[in-house]
Design a protein around this ligand. Sequence first.
Ligand code: SAH
Ligand code: F3S
Length: 479
Amino acid sequence: MEKIIDENIQGQSLVLDPKKGNQRKLFIESYGCQMNFSDSEIVASILAKEGFNTTQNLEDADLVLVNTCSIREKAELTVRKRLEKYNAVKKINPGMKVGVLGCMAERLKSKFLEEEKIVDLVVGPDAYKDLPNLIEEVDAGRNAVNVILSKEETYGDISPVRLQSNGVSAFVSITRGCDNMCTFCVVPFTRGRERSRDPQSIIKEIDELVDKNFKEITLLGQNVDSYLWYGGGLKKDFDKASDFQKATAVNFAKLLDMVALKYPKLRLRFTTSNPQDMTLDVIEVMAKHQNICKYIHLPIQSGSDRILKEMNRLHTRQEYFDLIDNIKRIIPNCAISQDIITGFPTETEKDHQDTLSLMEYVKYDYGFMFAYSERPGTLAERKMDDDVPEEVKKRRLAEIIALQRKHSEHRHRAFIGQTLEVLIEKESKKSDAHWSGRTTQNTVAVFPKENYQIGDFVMVHIDDCTSATLLGKAVGIAP
Ligand code: SAH
Ligand code: F3S
């Protein structure tokens, strides 16, 4: 069959099926975690084969898809606001169809169709391969819903279309779902049980990225350290696997080692690590390979043992300190970042002080901090009162953010005077005369462009910083 290569899709060549034509325009946008952005690239790939070409222009779209997030109430409100905007555009372009993808689709299911009259299509995170059929339904004038969660789907056979890519860094998802059941978290309900992707399909995707000259990849999962491939199937069924499957299973340390060895020139990152699942092997593999970035995102949520227990985080404060000590012993220059929730039900002032003192111990390079948002259906919502007043949550959050800012600045100051390797990713937001890139520690560095190019690894002498950014001057291409 003759293939048509369309160069129009944000710089990425797409193979379109000529039978389906290349008539329709897809506008797709994503909210929430990196996994959603990665999933949208899978969706764009599935729909490219149906003759959909992506557009950046909402007004031009035949089909608008919004990949949604349910993690906090605010994330859902943001999506509802976007639906209002689509509604306004639909008045000018009545043929336009609107679909909701991702976690809100899974959480609200067909209720979405009643609540938001503008929505034609509701598709959960494991049902994207059904999109062609669902769109046929919509074309025939019927609403379509598929929110079935899967035990196997990893989209390992789909080669994602890189949307809005800088051509330098890309995400590669390695697990889907989460089995951890943190009591505050909606993800296990919206993304289903944890399953891992076949290492061969991961390698194939990385091969394609290397061919396209990508320089950095981030292995992605809700809980990457829990990665386990034993021939397919859910993580929780590993006990029932055969002796052969057990003996040949690939865990996260092995996968990381394999990828790092195979692609010595590629920078590797991964996210997210859950302290209860991170093993010393992973840290040792990181130390062994120069191309694995020295940075770990290691959410803690709370510094109080009592709250950690209520959250069903299966480690103590002391075990977390032991892990941090091991990381710093094995990789002295490793950067660490956190996620923290303030105002979880029953959190006292003493618990809050425990979080602050934990932060003092670790002195994180940076962090992502949130006020607790009660999510329908979670164990915390069913069993606990959301009893910390909003103003107390906000005050505690402000204290945590202020302390984090102090620590970030402290960590960044320590880089002044050093010459660090930076991968150039894009133009600085603040100045078109400067490049912006990241160090191995994931710290953003900004410096004059000179003759360097996006995608270059350069050595940058750091001479100043803000709480978020290192400032310096390139002194040459990295060796
Ligand atoms: N393992 C996941 C965590 C997803 S949620 C990952 O890959 O990042 C990201 C962060 O959102 C969590 O670590 C937590 O700090 C925060 N979060 C989750 N549920 C929340 C809630 N109900 N209220 C406030 N913050 C929440
Ligand atoms: Fe959520 Fe805990 Fe999993 S935060 S994504 S249930 S590790």
